[in-house]
Design a protein around this ligand. Structure first.
Ligand SMILES: Cc1cc2nc3c(=O)[nH]c(=O)nc-3n(C[C@H](O)[C@H](O)[C@H](O)COP(=O)(O)OP(=O)(O)OC[C@H]3O[C@@H](n4cnc5c(N)ncnc54)[C@H](O)[C@@H]3O)c2cc1C
Length: 392
């Protein structure tokens, strides 16, 4: 590729075009997972839809491999490629809330922290994940499981439409009525169908949850898991709770006597009326007194960002996830065996319930895999720090 070809693209962008000879190149090609070390030929920081169209057309005309980067959180590093063009949407982080219609428009490169901040001012929230530095793009197009899943469904169940640029450079809208097949495809099909430049979501009346972690000693984990698998499936849908094995981080807000201890726990989120919350927690607290009970009223964005500091970018993460329908006694035995061997506080296993509203969405046509599973398991661990943590 000649310098003048690259100069043509540079001239047609409002955002920056970064090449390997630029000083910001190494920073721009980093993604969340420190295991990923790819060297794209060009990184187009797209400022608007016109930039995205220019970048897509350029890649097609020059037969380049393309990767689309939203929040950069994909564990396998899908947001960056070797030798190709990265369409980096990070400048497109705008969020616009319509409080009357209770809808939200988010730019293709927005993070969930951007959405939570904008919607909270109106007492609204869009169901997202559990870490606020994750990108709206990748999480939504892959499904989206989080604290509001049992009450309001997956993130894609709350997606009303997208605007996107297709591989032929055409700008289209996809909703249940307009281009319905494409709308189906982007509800679970990832970034395979084009570059989403903006998302339209339905928001819900969520301001302050009754939420937080409850921890029990690891020796109690068989009892807790067996109780949890029955309890959560019968719990009111306003109550979400994901199970976790963890090593307690050695710092506040955790009490010193629990620091570095292997424990099990559930991170609860009751997103119904606060007046009914205490009642919903009565059977939980009656079952077995936790070693630590941090559950109480908490503003939604605070809950969303509660664990951000534990999942810092730049570590070498290994991640594995699966959808399962049943949590058998044998599965519990295996989980407890491996959960008890976690080497560091960066190793964990989460079990997310995907029942409730997420399983009762008859009008939701989705392309997501893994249905009609009841649980999603997620195991992760991190190795050596390869560079200082930074927020993406
Ligand atoms: C710390 C951490 C916590 C997480 N927690 C959760 C969770 O609670 N719930 C959950 O469901 N998932 C969670 N995930 C998984 C996460 O949703 C996926 O890794 C997702 O791909 C990240 O999206 P991103 O935009 O940040 O990633 P990127 O790496 O930027 O993008 C990944 C891929 O998504 C596609 N993509 C992204 N944006 C666009 C766009 N605008 N248009 C078209 N395609 C696009 C592209 O194919 C891209 O290559 C978590 C991941 C991490 C690292």
């Amino acid at each position: 590729m000649t310098d003048s070809t690259v100069a043509t693209l540079k001239a047609s962008l409002r955002g920056d075009l970064i090449t390997p000879s630029d000083s910001g190149y190494d920073e721009a090609r980093k993604v969340y997972n420190g295991m990923i070390d790819r060297r794209p030929k060009l990184i187009a920081r797209c400022a608007d839809v016109a930039d995205v169209i220019a970048a897509v057309n350029f890649a097609r005309d020059n037969k380049m491999v393309v990767s689309i980067r939203g929040g950069g959180h994909n564990a396998g590093g899908l947001g960056v490629c070797d030798g190709g063009l990265v369409i980096d949407l990070s400048p497109m982080r705008y969020v616009r809330v319509d409080p009357k219609k209770k809808t939200v428009i988010a730019g293709g490169g927005a993070l969930w922290a951007d959405v939570d901040h904008a919607t909270h001012a109106f007492g609204l929230a869009v169901p997202a994940g559990i870490i606020s530095t994750t990108g709206v793009g990748g999480l939504t197009l892959g499904g989206g499981i989080g604290h509001l899943t049992r009450n309001y469904g997956l993130t894609i169940d709350n997606m009303l439409g997208v605007e996107m640029v297709l591989a032929n450079g055409k700008f289209v809208t996809a909703t249940a009525k307009e281009n319905p097949d494409l709308f189906w495809a982007v509800r679970g099909g990832g970034g395979n169908f084009g570059v989403v430049t903006s998302f339209l979501f339905k928001a819900h009346d969520v301001h302050t949850n009754y939420a937080g972690p409850m921890l029990w000693h690891i020796e109690e984990s068989v009892d807790i898991l067996k109780w949890y698998r029955t309890f959560i499936t019968k719990a009111p849908r306003e109550l979400n709770g994901f199970f976790a094995f963890l090593v307690v981080p050695p710092g506040p807000p955790f009490p010193e006597h629990l620091h570095n201890k292997k424990m099990c726990g559930v991170v609860w989120c009751y997103s119904g009326s606060l007046k009914k919350a205490e009642k919903a927690f009565k059977p939980i607290r009656a079952f077995r007194k936790p070693a630590l009970d941090m559950v109480g009223p908490i503003p939604h964005p605070m809950l969303q960002g509660m664990f951000d500091a534990l999942y810092v970018p730049g570590l070498q993460w290994y991640w594995k996830a699966d959808f399962v329908h049943e949590l058998s006694d044998e599965a519990i035995t295996q989980h407890v065996m491996h959960g008890s061997r976690m080497p560091t506080m960066f190793s964990t296993m989460h079990l997310y319930p995907i029942d409730g509203a997420a399983s009762r969405c008859p009008r939701c046509r989705r392309s997501i895999t893994g249905r009609p599973a009841r649980w999603r398991t997620s195991t992760r661990c991190a190795r050596t720090i390869v560079r200082p943590p930074r927020l993406i």
